[in-house]
Design a protein around this ligand. Sequence first.
Ligand code: BT5
Length: 277
Amino acid sequence: MDLQTLKKLLDSYSNINEINYYDETDSTNQRAKEYINSQDVSSAKLPQLFVSEIQNAGRGRLGRSWVSPPNEGIWMSYLCKPALSPEQIPSVTLLAGLAVARAINSFALQKSIFNLEAQIKWPNDIVINKKKICGILTELIGSTSCIVCGIGINVNSLTFPDELSNKATSLLKETGVVWNREKLIAVIIKNLEDLIYAYEKSGDLEFILYDYNRLLVNLDNEVIITDNSDLGGASNEGTYISRGIDKTGALIIEDSNGNRKNVSSGEVSVRGIYGYV
Ligand code: BT5
C-alpha cells in the first residue's frame, strides 16, 4: 500500500487525525484499543485510522478468526468517539456496511462494471454474488465511550484457504480487475464519517432505511434464524421471511402466519436457507 497516497487522500476527504500503519500486526482493532487505553482519552487526537498489510491474528465476532493475507486486502480500524449512547453503538456496524457497499458500487460504475452489486448481509457482512467480501467488527472500548470499527475487505486476493473457498470472494475475483486500495479506503472513510455524523444528529436510522433495505441480500426471502444466547424469553429459532431493518437497526422477521417481530444482532444469527447467504 502506498502510504503517502493514502495520507493525501485522507487529508483531503476525511477528518482522520493520524494514520497508524503497520507492515504486520496481530489485529488493527487490538492496536486501536491499546492506543486508547494507554492514555488520557480527552487528549487523544481522534478520529484515527489503523491499517496493516498483514494481520496475523485478525478477529471476527464471537472469537472467530479473520484471514488477512498480505498485499491483497484492506485490514483497517477506525477509532473515534461518537456522540452516541451505548445502545446506539451496534448500529455503527450497519453504517459501516452501507459505507463499504456504497463505495464498492460507485467504483464499479466508474469502472463501467454494470453487472456488479455489493449487497449487505445483516448485520456485518458485505457479499457479492452471495459470497463474503467484507466483514465488520465494531467494539466499544471499556468505559472510554470510544469505539473501534474494524473493517476487513478482500480486495485483490485470488485464492482463499480451503475452508473459505465456497463462501469468500474478492473484488478482483468478481470483476477481473485490480482495485486501488488507497482510493477505496478514502471513499469508505468519507462515507462512514458522513453517516456517523448524520446518525449523531438524527438519533435513529430512518435516514438510511430505504437505501439499506434496498441493498439487503435476503430482503423478502426466507432466512434461518438461530438464537445467539439464552435470553430467557421465547426462542426465535426457525425459518422466517426477512423484511428489512427498522430504525433501531433490528431485523424485522415474519413467521408463516404473517406475525412480525424485530430481533437485534446481539440476539440472533441469520443465514439463507441454502447456506451462508
Ligand atoms: C466478521 O466476523 O466478519 C468481522 C471481521 C472483521 C475483520 C476486521 S479486519 C480489521 C479489524 N481487525 C480485526 O482483527 N478484525 C477487523 P464474523 O461475522 O464472526 O465472521 C468471521 C467468519 O468469516 C470466519 O469464521 C470465517 O468463516 C469467515 N472469514 C474469515 N476470514 C475471511 C475472509 N478474509 N473473507 C471472507 N470470510 C472470511
